[in-house]
Design a protein around this ligand. Sequence first.
Ligand code: GRF
Length: 204
Amino acid sequence: MCEKVRIAVLASGGGTNLQALIDAERSGKIQNGEIALVICNRKSAYAAERARLAGIRAEIVTRKECGGQEGFEARMTELFEEENIELIVLAGFLNILTSDFVRRYDHRIVNIHPSLIPAFCGEGFYGIVPHEAALERGVKITGATVHFVNEIADGGEIIAQKAVEVLPGDTPEVLQRRVMEQAEWIILPAAVSMLCDRLTERKN
Ligand code: GRF
């Protein structure tokens, strides 16, 4: 049997996307990958607890404790090397990675963004903001995008997208929840599974 692709998930918050990945691995929807490491950059991130509950190594790494972005990225790199990480998933990770870091892992970092890129994306469009902007613009369809991470915020190659309806009376919070349930939690595990299959093929 060939070895599974080792995945690191980086998260800052509640970690529902991390949970979707854990569940997909457990249920066999991700066959060629295993989540080997979860890094949270906030002490309060529930994502770390989700990882521990699933028996996955979880590390809290903060910019402050590492003396800035450079030290922060150096520590993450150390952990990736220790765990032989081959694929990095940003799942609600609130930190802007430097160009150097991103270039080092070319086509090895993916992100989930809660809109249909190129709408409502780029600098400042994180958390609830894309949903507020979608409602303000009056779009009838929004959704989520999984993309590779490059030097441009939300600018990397698109891997998967799924549309979600905006309904009358939606608040940003209601829309955010629907986008997670109907798009993010589906396309992120599916994209990760596809990338693990691709990386496994390349190894054999
Ligand atoms: C999600 O909406 C994701 O698209 C965005 O941040 C949110 C994270 O949610 N990047 P969670 O921590 O996975 O629950």
